[in-house]
Design a protein around this ligand. Structure first.
Ligand code: SF4
Length: 286
């Protein structure tokens, strides 16, 4: 079985809009897709993770490209994006909603759409699921300890965080760049992430992340016709530029390797927890 799940194609891509590239992570795919959707009436509201003071993530319903841009950039802590879905539909009256989420959030949303108990009137309003690659995540205080104690940066001074090349990176408003090796950040991870086997959001319409593509570009996994239609239109209309994914060991090879490592490592943890009689996820992607 392919560790990336099912998909139609995989490309490297980046946004062409300079405003997006300035604020975003890697190729800015999530922001570009949502802005394209809003500008072309494919979506009328998108759920994104914005941030409050102290880099504390807060889910938000964005209905304009400006609001999408304000929320751009990855937050390495949990943002309960699905908690505002009802609000998007009931308060903002959105009929065509896009949602970005981690693989676990995309799995939850697919389940909710499939078995919509208390959710029936929302099913036909969720139009696009964009998943982001995720190896592990941190509770807010864990992320703060990494930034303040391991990297020695005040959280108020942080403008961007990133994970890459085996390190957690912090960028400050003074132009400083600090990093810490990921092996030092492991103790601060959420324990639920250790029984999660989905790295690439296998149930999304489009999945994206940096792994597999050169700096400044994103890998884009196009999983179904809905995802293919929007990405193809964006390329045709100049919202995205694309290049073939590198098939080698630093491209697709690395992406598949990491997806497999996560499955194998966390399946072992699931088995271990079962032996101890501890709760484990009822169904996992493996
Ligand atoms: Fe969710 Fe899994 Fe990522 Fe943890 S590792 S945030 S459980 S997708």
């Amino acid at each position: 079985m392919d560790p990336l799940g099912s998909y139609k194609s995989i490309i490297s891509a980046r946004a062409t809009d300079k405003r997006i590239l300035k604020r975003c992570q890697d190729g800015g795919i999530v922001s570009a897709v949502f802005i394209y959707g809003l500008e072309n009436n494919i979506l009328d509201g998108v759920i994104v993770a914005d941030k409050e003071e102290g880099f504390r993530p807060v889910p938000k319903v964005a209905t304009t490209p400006e609001e999408v841009l304000e929320a751009a950039g990855t937050k390495y802590t949990v943002s309960p994006n699905l908690s505002v879905l009802k609000s998007a539909i009931r308060e903002y009256a959105c009929e065509k909603v896009g949602v970005v989420g981690t693989p676990c959030q995309i799995l939850s949303l697919r389940k909710a759409l499939k078995y919509p108990v208390g959710f029936r009137h929302m099913v036909d309003k969720v139009k696009l699921l964009v998943g982001i690659f995720c190896m592990e995540n941190f509770p807010y205080m864990g992320m703060r300890i990494i930034v303040e104690e391991l990297c020695g940066v005040r959280i108020e001074d942080v403008v961007k965080m990133d994970i890459g090349k085996g390190k957690f990176w912090v960028y400050t408003r003074w132009g400083e760049v600090k990093s810490v090796k990921l092996k030092k950040t492991h103790p601060y991870e959420q324990s639920s992430c250790h029984v999660c086997t989905d790295y690439t959001a296998e149930l999304a319409d489009i999945s994206t992340g940096s792994v597999g593509s050169p700096d400044g570009w994103s890998t884009v996994i196009i999983r179904n016709e809905r995802g293919e239609e929007i990405i193809n239109k964006m390329i045709e209309e100049g919202y995205l530029e694309r290049r073939p994914i590198d098939e080698g060991k630093f491209g697709l090879g690395l992406l598949k390797k990491l997806a497999l490592v996560k499955k194998e490592k966390n399946m072992k943890e699931i088995e271990h927890r079962k032996e101890l009689g501890l709760p484990v996820p009822p169904d996992v992607c493996h």
